[in-house]
Design a protein around this ligand. Structure first.
Ligand SMILES: N[C@@H](CCC(=O)N[C@@H](CS)C(=O)NCC(=O)O)C(=O)O
Length: 282
């Protein structure tokens, strides 16, 4: 497993580098972007993984979120993976924008047509960090995770299932209770099958109910987000956090008038990077 450099651009004193590599988990070639701040020239730096939403690839966050300047201020690396396997040609993978290509949902599929390639959970949790930690100047003991929409779901569930691996978590407009919304039900039926018990392993609200550790989470969502009412279930997350007596561990903010776009993300990205920087610098 080795990294092939595709492009490199200087930004805010550091470097944005796009790499391609063969993934054993996804059984295909896949790309990711990394932002290395200038501090990485002399010593390993902490890192934040950002998981993107439906229809995105490794570029959306790096190009549109405004995160680079904030990461540069704090000397933190950013890692932006793709959102699904690419070029694997499974029947039905390009029929809709919310399933298949660009919509891996950060699960390990068990349904026969998808199980060979759609393993974004294991890719993000195991394979990619192992590759990055041995190849790049990243301090693998100082890592946090964040994401948007489908990627917010990915960040929260991955944190709750592997809290020893991450110092902190945050999300923009996460799909917080996918088993109870149309996006999640469609994806989980397709990737995991009809047994809804297996879906709960990838549902933030369900995982939270049995989570014993401490969370340090920041969640932002816009009140004018088209998906707030039917897909995101942020109220359910907030109610669950409250009923579990965990409100002190979660900052959940409804931002008036903001929508689901990267304009919203770029408005609040500085707060999220500061949230992670505090945890990573401890
Ligand atoms: N294609 C969908 C919207 C998909 C969408 O909003 N994707 C979000 C993530 S869930 C995104 O980040 N899109 C890419 C971008 O804005 O750069 C629609 O037309 O309703």
């Amino acid at each position: 497993m080795s990294l092939k450099e595709i492009s490199r651009n200087k930004a805010f004193g550091g470097q944005v580098i796009k790499y391609e590599h063969h993934s054993n988990e996804l059984d295909c070639d896949i790309k990711f972007n990394v932002y290395l701040p200038k501090e990485a020239d002399s010593a390993p730096v902490p890192a934040i993984y950002f998981l993107s939403g439906l229809t995105c690839n490794e570029d959306n966050f790096i190009q549109k979120s405004g995160a680079l300047v904030e990461a540069a201020k704090h000397g933190i690396a950013l890692i932006a993976p793709d959102t699904s396997p690419r070029g694997v040609s499974i029947q039905g993978d390009s029929d809709s924008w919310d399933f298949g290509t660009g919509a891996g949902f950060y699960v390990d599929a068990t349904e026969p047509s998808w199980a060979k390639h759609y393993r974004m959970y294991s890719y993000v949790v195991h394979e990619l960090p192992a590759l990055i930690n041995k190849s790049l100047p990243i301090d693998g003991s100082k890592v946090s995770i964040m994401g948007h929409s489908m990627g917010g779901h990915g960040a929260l569930t991955i944190f709750l299932k592997n809290s020893a691996n991450y110092q902190s978590v945050s999300a923009f407009s996460p799909i917080a209770n996918p088993i109870n919304c149309q996006w999640g039900q469609k994806a989980f039926t397709g990737y995991l099958g009809k047994n809804q018990e297996t879906w709960k392993e990838y549902d933030t609200v369900e995982l939270l109910k049995k989570f014993n550790g401490k969370v340090n989470a920041l969640v932002d969502v816009g009140t004018s987000d088209n998906f707030l009412e039917n897909q995101l279930n942020i109220d359910t997350l907030k109610d669950t956090v409250g009923s579990l007596g965990k409100s002190s561990e979660w900052t959940i903010r409804y931002q008036p008038g903001y929508d689901h776009s990267y304009f919203f993300i770029s408005t609040f990205i500085a707060d999220h990077i500061i949230h992670h920087a505090k945890a990573l610098k401890q």
